[in-house]
Each structure stands twice: as C-alpha cells, then as structure tokens.
Design a protein around this ligand. Structure first.
Ligand code: SF4
Ligand code: SF4
Length: 433
C-alpha cells in the first residue's frame, strides 16, 4: 500500500495498491467520524463498516468502496476539517485527493462505463460546447431551458447524461471575450496593479456580466486588465478521473498563464472551482517552476482586490455613489473555503456598508457533479437545504461567487443571486452591462 497523492507515482493507478490505501483511510475516517455531515460519502462509508461486528474496513467489497467514491463531489470540506492531513500528521490523509486517485485508477483499469465516459467527454468539452451554444443561443436556451422533466430535457439526458430535472445555467448572446475586445480602450488613473483575467467557461459563455463587473471594478480602482486566451481549466475532466485529458489542458494552460506572469501580470479568476484548480491541482498534475509561478500569482477576483486594499501604498475607492443594499445574503462556495484565504468577497462587499448574512452550505453541484443524471437524486436535497437557508436569511440581495451554485440557489429558492463583484459594481454606480 502506497500513501501517495502524486499522479506521476508509479503505483498511483495500481488497483490493488489503491484499494489497500482506501481501506487504510476508510478505517481511519470510521474511527474519527468528524466529517459525517458534509456529504453522503461518509454516512455510506460508516454504514458499510458498521455492518460488520468487528467493524473491519478491510471487509468492504470493491463495489462498496466504489459507492463511497461515487458519492464524493469534491467539495474539499473534509480536507479543511481534517486534523490528519499530509504535513500535519503521520496519517497523511487527504480524502478528496484519494477520491481523485480512485477515480483515475478505476478509469485506467476499465472500470468506468461507456455511458459515464460519454457524459464526461460531453461535459468536459466546455469550450466547444460554449462556442456552439453562444452561436446558436436561441435554440440552445430553448432546449436547456425547457421545463425540467419535459420530453426535450429527457432526450438531452439520454444523449448527453445531463439531468433532465435540474435547472441549467443559460448561455449568453455574446461571449465575454467578444465584449472585452470590442470595448473602447480604457486608461486607468493611478495605476495599482496589472492583471490577466482568466474568465472561466461560466463567465465566457454563460454569465459575461460577471466578467464585465470585474473589469469595471478593477479599472475603477486603477488595475489594468487584459484577457488570456487560455481555455477551460479542465475541472470537469479532473473530477471525473480523466487524468490524460485534464493533464493535457493543464499543461497548455500553465504555459499560457506562466507567460502572462512573466509579463508582470497577476492572474485573477472570478469562479472558485477554477481558481482552486489553477492554484492547487496544476501543481500536482503539471508541476515544475511554471506551475509554481502560476499558483503563486493566481488570485480569486475578490482576494486580489482585498490584497490591493490591504497593501501599504494602495487602496480601493470606498466612496460608493451607487445602489447599496441594506443586507446581503452571501453564499460562501466550498471551493473558496478550501483555498484558506478567508472570506474576501464578504470583506469586499462589507466596504460598501451593507450588512452581510453568511450562508455556509454546500450546493451539491461542485463542478458539474450535481448536474449529471446519476447524481441528481443525491444532489437535489443538498441544494434544497441551501435554498431554505437563503430564504431564511432573507437579505435584500443574494450574492455568491459560484455561478453553478447560484443556479442551484435559483432552482431551490426562486431568487437569482449575483456575483459579489456585480454588487460592488452597482454600489460604485458603474454600468456593468
Ligand atoms: S470532498 Fe466533499 S464530497 Fe468529497 S468526501 Fe470530502 S466532504 Fe465529501
Ligand atoms: S477526513 Fe479526516 S476529519 Fe474527516 S472523517 Fe476522515 S479522518 Fe476524520
């Protein structure tokens, strides 16, 4: 049994070795039980072990081990909760990364169904889908926006594996990069920074308003923005165990982004899953000085602004002449919490004078896990809980950084959240449309 989270380790994809490591970790978690409330994986795991009088994790079958793996949606909350992580404990336990290893191992050993592979191939190809969907936006939105459970949605589920009952984010009429290239050149005042925006597929093809707000807020504060040609971060491949495709995407993106950093730019990312991937996963799968450089210079969009505000000699404009809500319900996405950077979007929105009500509950979407047909039944109750918490908080505005989690909030509460940068743009009185 090898304790490794290094995808290049010779034993990483070995089935017997990975399953022995699963037994070791499942046994430790069964003894600890701290994470029982985060997701279905842990209760499932504990139930299987408790079926045996001697509570021996080694008696779990491969199918039972796989059941636990399938229910992990990579929120990372167990990692931030765990006292036994590598570097802090001899147990060197990193549950989410072990799940990634197990997924990759199963794929490498032919244990993933054709249907599953087809869904990953479809959902992972976000750039191709995004380009076609924006070009045919009226038809695409009619299909994807058809009533949940309708015949047309059932046909999409049958062909692409996307749940027929979930609310899906709509596509935009114009790509963010098209807007960015067309807009008049802007001269910033007192220069406080220089960034390259990694727009993410969600902002590029589905919610460009987030990117527009980012650029306007940054430029308003003297931060020059340019745009990278790098494509999707590759998260849908990574979270489905397709190591080969993820690594290819990651290698290309690291080369492109490292060149931006060498030009003197930091990289800013307006979606939490994607900034997590750039900061953490590229280090594991690509490694080397370029991946390190990219990780060190990548910031969540609000994190970067708060860095400017807290750095001596620079600060954000704190005069808000626009519309400031009295209370904001703010949903903290798991993949931002997992970055251990504090709640920078909350701090940023607090500068406007609004009172922030926090909602810390997973959406159950995590990447695209909750949108896959086979996961909808498990994911919807998690989203429902979030929807109820948002309704109970009853803020004047609902804000959240993750566009997919925001879509789950809309689905479950009827309220459409905005990104924190959209709140701030509006508070400055900037026209971010
Ligand atoms: S990463 Fe999240 S979903 Fe996966 S096991 Fe940990 S808490 Fe559960
Ligand atoms: S991941 Fe860590 S904290 Fe969570 S149950 Fe396992 S050992 Fe305990």
């Amino acid at each position: 049994m090898t304790i490794t989270y290094d995808p290049h380790h010779p034993m990483y994809l070995d089935e017997a070795d990975t399953r022995a490591e699963l037994t070791r970790v499942y046994d430790l978690c069964h003894g600890c039980r701290l994470c029982f409330k985060f997701c279905p994986s842990f209760p499932t795991l504990f139930d299987y072990i408790d079926q045996h009088d001697d509570q021996d994790a080694g008696k779990m079958t491969s199918a039972q081990q796989d059941h636990v793996i399938d229910e992990c949606f990579q929120c990372k909350l167990c990692y931030i909760n765990c006292p036994y992580i590598p570097g802090q404990s001899e147990w060197a336990l990193d549950f989410p990364r072990l799940m990634l290893r197990a997924d990759a191992m199963r794929r490498a050993n032919g244990q993933v169904t054709l249907r599953d592979k087809a869904t990953t191939a479809f959902m992972g190809n976000t750039d191709a889908i995004g380009k076609v969907s924006v070009a045919t936006v009226k038809i695409t939105n009619k299909v994807m926006g058809a009533k949940p459970g309708s015949l047309i949605r059932k046909a999409v589920e049958a062909t692409a594996g996307i749940s027929s009952v979930r609310l899906l984010p709509k596509f935009a009429r114009e790509r963010f990069s098209t807007w960015f290239d067309k807009r008049p050149k802007v001269r910033v005042g007192k220069k406080q920074g220089k960034v390259t925006v990694f727009p993410t597929c969600l902002v590029e093809y589905q919610e460009p308003a987030i990117g527009k707000a980012l650029v306007k807020v940054y430029e308003h504060n003297g931060i020059e923005c340019s745009l990278t040609g790098a494509g999707c971060c590759g998260a849908p491949y990574l979270h489905s165990g397709d190591m080969a495709k993820f690594t290819k995407v990651a290698v290309d993106n690291v080369a492109t982004l490292a060149a931006e950093v060498r030009k003197g730019n930091d990289i800013v990312v307006p979606q939490p899953t994607c900034s997590y991937v750039l900061k953490k996963d590229y280090l594991d799968y690509v490694g080397g000085p370029d991946a390190q450089l990219v990780a060190e210079h990548t910031f969540d969009a609000a994190e970067y602004l708060m860095k400017v505000h807290k750095t001596e000699g620079s600060s954000l404009d704190t005069e808000f002449a626009g519309e400031v809500p009295e209370t904001i319900t703010y949903h903290t996405p798991c993949h931002l919490r997992a970055q251990n950077i504090g709640l920078k979007s909350r701090d940023l929105m607090k500068l406007t004078g609004a009172k922030i009500k926090l909602v810390q509950q997973c959406s159950g979407i995590d990447g695209m896990w909750g949108l896959r047909a086979e996961n909808a039944e498990l994911s919807i109750p998690i989203g429902k809980k979030l929807g109820e918490m948002v309704k109970d908080a009853d803020g004047d505005v609902v804000a959240g950084d993750c566009h997919l989690a925001n879509t789950a909030i809309t689905e479950q509460s009827g309220t459409t959240p905005v990104h924190p940068l959209q709140v701030v743009a509006k508070a400055y009185g900037l026209d971010a449309e």
